[in-house]
Ligand binder design. Sequence first.
Ligand SMILES: NC(=O)c1ccc[n+]([C@@H]2O[C@H](COP(=O)([O-])OP(=O)(O)OC[C@H]3O[C@@H](n4cnc5c(N)ncnc54)[C@H](OP(=O)(O)O)[C@@H]3O)[C@@H](O)[C@H]2O)c1
Length: 330
Amino acid sequence: MQKTYNWGIIGLGKIARLFAEDLAKLDNARLSAVASRSQERADAFAKEFGAAHAYGSYEAMMECPELDVVYIATPHSLHHENTLMCLNAGFSVLCEKAFALNARQAEEMVNLARSRGLFLMEALWTRFLPTTTKALELIQADTIGRIQSVKADFGFKAPYDAESRLFNPALAGGALLDIGLYPVFLAYLMLGEPQEVHAAARIGATQVDEEIGMLFSYADGRMAHLHATLRAHTKTEAFLYGDKGTLHWHTRWHEPSNFSIIGEDGRPHNHYFEWATNGYSFEAQEVMRCLAEGRTESELWPLDKTLGLMRLLDRVRREVGLVYPGEVEG
Ligand SMILES: NC(=O)c1ccc[n+]([C@@H]2O[C@H](COP(=O)([O-])OP(=O)(O)OC[C@H]3O[C@@H](n4cnc5c(N)ncnc54)[C@H](OP(=O)(O)O)[C@@H]3O)[C@@H](O)[C@H]2O)c1
């Protein structure tokens, strides 16, 4: 008989809600516990989603007797602390992107999970979407030939609020960790570790990057052109230019319903996808598949890839002199 996994969620904001909606659509998942800084918010969320346990602090949830895995949905600056707490309590963890502030924190999280033999994964949901799986399959089949360059952007006009998660440096706000991570992820997934990283950023009044442009070059001459901004809506598309064709992810490319392969004849061949969830069901299913198989990491997005991505984000930040308050320089 299929096991039902008991999930907990820490931090009951926007993404927690979308994730909880998706868990409710999965037969083998149950939202068992939620934790908030506010008991009132935890009670309301638990009532809405039918969770048995509602905790008014994150620490209190560590006493929950029936959790299999905790989803961490707090701002970037708390991922390290929240993940260590859950692992120390013996829970498996799915932690939102950006996984940590920097590679040093990420290494500590990964080392603890590995030393305790517990499952840990970065909630890089785009990696688990059917579109990504299909794109990788087509690339492997040499459909567009050898990728020569990657081009990707992600931009939206965020309402300005200096205290908000997006602009507050104490919460590790800024474009890079919130949305720039996606183009960086795509370049890293497709081309690996670049030899050179160039970047320029527009640092705003709160001292976070409100816009960032990145150019990566690789030892074999290949390139990635990447852009993210909180100041304007951009097309939010991605292109993989190969020597036999192009893979064009339509907007918004990190959660697309379709992409096109444009071959040497210049004609687009479209691939359409439909799913009945917010898209977070795929990462949740990957977690439960791994737990069922006794794995402590996902082979689709292993922890070494998470560490590689964090190191790359650190390299970009060094280029633009972006340091978060209280951060120990790595
Ligand atoms: N995968 C995706 O598509 C996606 C989309 C959006 C965001 N994210 C990621 O998910 C995480 C949360 O984003 P979000 O958009 O859900 O943020 P959000 O709406 O601001 O929610 C974050 C939650 O964290 C908790 N929190 C703890 N300390 C906080 C503090 N000092 N300030 C603000 N909130 C605090 C709060 O919950 P309580 O008050 O209940 O404790 C808050 O509701 C981030 O890592 C973000 O990058 C991912």
